[in-house]
Design a protein around this ligand. Structure first.
Ligand code: HEC
Ligand code: HEC
Length: 554
């Protein structure tokens, strides 16, 4: 019953943290990575938040963590953002004979557990295991939407025998969810690197037991270290199953399932029309990284999930990945097969690929490496070769398109925040006028009408969270005043000059001093910060203004 208390306690913590989501869910803007779906009810939003809190809350040993485990909570691996992918890998091991994988003798699974509550129970990867591989933390994000893709739509993408002869086949991995009756029909797997799981609840149950040693109603039996049940009996002090229902009737695995199901798809900015996407289709990436599905119209689904068109850039099918293969089979998935990962959000992914072998460096370098690894002997070979044969500028177009996957509207510098630097870029784009999806300014042309204008400014104000700031009292948001020229903002701090006591304080630190002087000199002859008198030029007149105002702002 301790778990019950744990869950009950966190529920109250979580509810107090809800306010911050209010503007994040504004339907006019795409949700950012890690935010909830648009259109959730208040009750569903509560469940999202409670589940999110539990997802990253370490489970205490006395409540059932271990005896063998990899981490104490889901969020320590699924950390970028919470619920997403992460840089932590787990180890899979076993035996290989003539290319056929088998579990290490006596083992019950291929997943290794690197930690234990006591050294006596620590699982050791046997020195004579012939297969030892790492597997990176992945995440489809928007789990509820992905779960709701009808099996038939996934099956429609199959071409198991490669009838069309294009070298790309793809198979559904048919599996049975843990929560389904033993005689129920199989479902199309879609989660995990081997598409070995069809539902979020099954994955949550499996991960609770296998990554954290937290047994639950669907995975009630503890995982024995190196398959040794005698050792397990000595170390396992908490009665199984360790998960139990809270006052609302939900267990831990239900709570984290709520959170994951209600996660929004990552944003894509611009939403369409990039030359790189046409090239992505042309060289055949889209044959596996499929761009569109519609979720089921099933009445039992939540409004926010039912009948939605989504663009995950994955077919969720198994493909032969040639030399990239890990040599580990899982159910019907062979040693050579991997499931196509989603590419929505790929700009935030580091490392990439199941073994994390495309890591570090620039996004361009990472993605080019990942693409080249589709090559030798896999189903992706033709597509990787077609990509390599593109001109350098067309390859750059494809990379730009991939870089739009996961980018929030207005996030010019890609730091995940909509801040004053993005505002400066917005102003430059307003001044430029016309734009198109391949232009940087498309990041701010949210309504995609080919020009960054007042409509986009209103959305920017919303995204910035600055809609209530109106220091000059003219009933118009200050940022709108500045962006559309009603107010000047000489020091580019987002505060209209008429409200700012001290326009020469370029750095906004309350004093006109050497910091301001050096910013001014750095921009000398240009525009932007340091243009104290706002005449479009950083020059002697601005220098004079700074020197005249030298000292603390009044
Ligand atoms: C030690 C790191 C680690 C922890 C802890 C962990 N996971 Fe994972 N998770 C992974 C890895 C690695 C994969 C890929 C698994 C595979 O396919 O082999 C994964 C895959 C998943 C997937 C499938 C993602 C997809 O799109 O295919 C889900 C869902 C998931 N985990 C949920 C959870 C939940 C819920 C918890 C907590 C109960 C959890 N995980 C704890 C590492 C972790
Ligand atoms: C035959 C199916 C197929 C084709 C065609 C294909 N991919 Fe992939 N892609 C995959 C699979 C499967 C993986 C995962 C491989 C692994 O990790 O073992 C992957 C991984 C990736 C990754 C890394 C994503 C991550 O999260 O780790 C990127 C990026 C990527 N593909 C881009 C592309 C691009 C761009 C093209 C076209 C030039 C392309 N792919 C063509 C199946 C395909």
């Amino acid at each position: 019953m301790r778990t019950h208390q744990l869950v009950g306690l966190t529920v109250s913590v979580a509810i107090t943290a809800l306010g911050s989501l209010a503007h994040a869910t504004d339907p006019a803007l795409q949700a950012k990575m890690g935010e909830p779906l648009h259109g959730l009810t208040a009750v569903q939003l509560d469940r999202f938040q409670i589940g999110r809190t539990l997802f990253s809350l370490p489970i205490p040993i006395e409540d059932g963590l271990g005896p063998i485990l990899n981490k104490s909570n889901c969020g320590s691996c699924h950390s970028n953002p919470i619920g997403g992918w992460g840089a932590i890998s787990v180890t899979r091991f076993g035996m290989e004979k003539k290319g056929v994988f088998s579990l290490y003798p006596g083992e019950t699974q291929s997943l290794g557990q690197s930690l234990a509550n006591s050294t006596f129970c620590l699982e050791i990867i046997p020195a004579d295991a012939t297969v030892v591989k790492t597997r990176l933390t992945n995440s489809s994000m928007a789990f509820g939407l992905v779960e709701a893709i009808p099996d038939a739509q996934l099956a429609a993408h199959e071409d198991a025998l490669d009838i069309d002869g294009d070298g790309v086949s793809g198979r559904v991995h048919w599996v049975r969810p843990l929560e389904a009756a033993p005689t129920s029909p199989l479902r199309a797997g879609r989660f995990g690197w081997k598409a070995q799981v069809a539902t979020v609840l099954t994955f949550s149950s499996d991960a609770s037991r296998n990554e954290m040693g937290f047994t639950n109603r669907l995975s009630p039996i503890e995982n024995p270290p190196n398959g040794d049940f005698a050792r397990l009996t000595i170390c396992d002090e908490v009665t199984d199953p360790e998960d139990s229902n809270d006052a609302e009737g939900f267990a831990f695995i239900d709570r984290v399932t709520h959170f994951q199901r209600f996660l929004a798809p990552p944003p894509q900015t611009p939403r369409s029309g990039m030359t790189g996407e046409a090239l992505f289709n042309q060289v055949g990436c889209v044959k596996c990284h499929s761009s569109s599905f519609t979720t089921a119209s099933d009445a039992a689904l939540e409004d926010a999930i039912r009948g939605k068109t989504i663009r995950p850039y994955s077919d969720f099918l198994l493909h032969d990945v040639g030399l990239l293969a890990d040599g580990i089979s899982d159910g019907a998935a062979t040693e050579a097969e991997m499931r196509t990962p989603t590419l929505w959000g790929v700009r935030t992914r580091d490392p990439m690929l199941h073994d994390g072998s495309a890591a570090g460096g620039s996004f361009t370098a990472r993605v080019m490496l990942a693409i080249s690894k589709h090559g030798p002997f896999g189903e992706g070979a033709a597509s990787a070769a077609a990509f390599a044969a593109l001109s350098a500028s067309n390859r750059a177009h494809v990379v730009s398109f991939l870089n739009s996957l996961g980018r929030a509207e207005f996030d010019f510098d890609g730091d995940g925040l909509i801040d004053i630097l993005d505002f400066m870029a917005l102003r430059v784009c307003i001044a430029k006028g016309a734009t198109n999806p391949d232009n940087q300014c498309a990041i701010a042309d949210v309504n995609q009408d080919g020009v960054v204008n007042a409509t986009d400014v209103d959305l920017f104000v919303l995204a910035f969270g600055g809609d209530t700031l109106d220091c000059n009292g003219n009933q118009v948001a200050d940022l709108r005043d500045i962006a559309l020229g009603t107010s000047q903002d000489a020091n580019d701090d987002g505060v209209p000059d008429e409200c700012s006591a001290c326009p020469a304080d370029v750095s906004s630190d309350g004093t006109v001093n050497g910091v301001d002087l050096s910013i001014l000199l750095a921009n000398w002859g240009g525009t932007g910060m340091g243009d104290v008198n706002n005449d479009g030029n950083v020059n002697g007149a601005d220098l004079a203004a700074v020197l005249a105002a030298w000292g603390p702002c009044q």
